[in-house]
Design a protein around this ligand. Sequence first.
Ligand SMILES: [Cu+2]
Length: 150
Amino acid sequence: MRFALLLSTFILFTACSGGEEDASVAEVQNSGVTVHEVWARNSRPPHANSAAFLQIENSGSRPVQILSASTPRAGITELHSMEFVDDKMKMRRVDSFSIAPHETFLLQPGGNHLMFFELDEPWLEGQVIPITLVMSEGKPLELLATVKVQ
Ligand SMILES: [Cu+2]
């Protein structure tokens, strides 16, 4: 039991690390915030989880937060960061991502990401995943993330 838990933690970790960024697939602008380079990683059955990445630029003069994210394609969506714990990178759930004025905040493999659990079905290359970001200011951002193999 303990081993199985450790193993699944390891798989989750490897599932959202490594790789490199690719082409822009969506750009959304709202209240001084612009989102670029939105994409999601393919899922790897039997693990019904995945992650999504993007760049978010705050061109305003006040901090803006991502408060939550969701998609109809997953039962649970969380905001995750990565940090070193005992010399190992581990992901950790956070309450929000804060983007300082004039900052571009990166969600990228090995770093901050949107984490999805309880996928409805495997996320396959080329599928488009609708994602909603609830922001501290303005309307929610409606994004489309194309699934890429990673
Ligand atoms: Cu994660």
